[in-house]
Ligand binder design. Structure first.
Ligand SMILES: [Zn+2]
Length: 111
């Protein structure tokens, strides 16, 4: 078995997406609890709500990617309809655009 088909690779990414979905759902639940436990702590509340917003956004992206997987159009650029390179999807499984069409190239390294 030397050749891995794109379908196989997309199947692996589904597992990654589902894991990320669960992780963000858990994080949102923890953040909601944290927000309730810190009444009046403005700074922490601001940080918590920023994290909450980021997690919600990520959840939305992941949910859309999983929806596309169901429809069989996951991994296709929304702009030019080309296949998104698997290397890009491996880095960001919820990516919607190919390298050419990406509106805001993300050069920042994320931990
Ligand atoms: Zn494209």
């Amino acid at each position: 078995m030397y050749v891995t088909s794109r379908q196989d690779e997309l199947g692996v990414l589904r597992i990654v997406l589902e894991e990320q979905y669960e992780r963000h759902t858990t994080q949102l639940a923890l953040l909601a609890r944290q927000a309730r436990q810190l009444p009046g702590e403005q700074t922490d509340l601001a940080a918590t709500s920023a994290l909450t917003a980021a997690s919600r956004r990520a959840l939305g992206d992941i949910a859309r990617a999983l929806h596309y997987l169901e429809q069989g159009r996951y991994g296709t650029c929304e702009e030019c309809r080309d296949d998104i390179p698997i290397e890009l999807l491996a880095l960001r499984p919820a990516a919607r655009f190919c390298t050419t069409c990406q509106p805001q190239p993300d050069h920042q390294r994320r931990p």
